[in-house]
Design a protein around this ligand. Sequence first.
Ligand code: ADP
Length: 307
Amino acid sequence: MRSASVELHDVSKSYGNVQALHSVSLRIERGEVVAVLGPNGAGKSTSIAIMLGLRRPTTGQALLFGEPPGSRRARSRIGVMLQESGVPPTLKVRELIDLFRTYYPRPLSTEELLLQTGLDDKANTLLGTLSGGQKQRVYFALAICGDPEVLFLDEPTNGLDVESRRVFWDRIREFATRGATIVLTTHNLQEADALAHRIVVIDKGRIVADDTPSGIKARTAGKHISFTTGHPLPLGFFDDLPLSRLAVNESAVTFVSSEPEVALKRVFRTDCTVSDLEITAIGLEEAVLSLTGRNGSSGVEASRDRS
Ligand code: ADP
């Protein structure tokens, strides 16, 4: 069988008393674009560091192209953009790119890299004098300069504003068209959805979901609804509806639903006045909670309703 790009076999990792990963197994095939999604502290960076051979698993094994990740051969076939780059700020952009190109057997040309990352007018600028967004582009150029078969991006758009983030997504997509495998971490569901074919949700060091973006969204789609009614609604008013976390406190009603319109229509058909209506999307933290079911049965119900 052809080896996968990246494999984790039953990987656990402890830092002293903190267990960052618990028996994580994952296989990423060639050409896949995979987002590892989860809240801060979930274990995303640790997973990437183990895939790269930068950290050793406490137990279990990581493989890159079927080989130990630290091997020189494996390293020459990957590109990495980590949150901490360790790149000298006193070099010019072109110098940095030229330097990094020498590490790889078949690098992309400097001119192509400058153009592809929108840095052609910054080629002779010192890294240390660039803005955060421009530096991020340099790190991306350095990550792709070896024309890697697997590109690792750890929170690539962290700290960027919305516009710069979108431009960055386009650059990542453009690179993906070359057929490379891409593994990125993010705590942003929208980012995972915009870029990945597959989303692996990690929470507290465990994989809690592994699905296509539409599969994940269907499971996590939900809105928080809250409103106040002129008088209390009859007992069991919402009983047959696909709601979760329903709380009725006198005339104050809150619930989570992927189809709030159905419940709201029913309320509006009564002679009850409705005030203080608020509808907000549920955040990733809650989405992850609903995937793990740790918020009680109701969170899981929301996903079952859709399946
Ligand atoms: P994420 O990238 O999802 O934010 P991390 O992999 O950085 O998560 O961290 C997972 C857990 O491991 C967290 O509880 C974090 O505090 C802990 N951790 C990460 N690196 C270290 C370290 N070098 N020493 C001790 N604890 C660490």
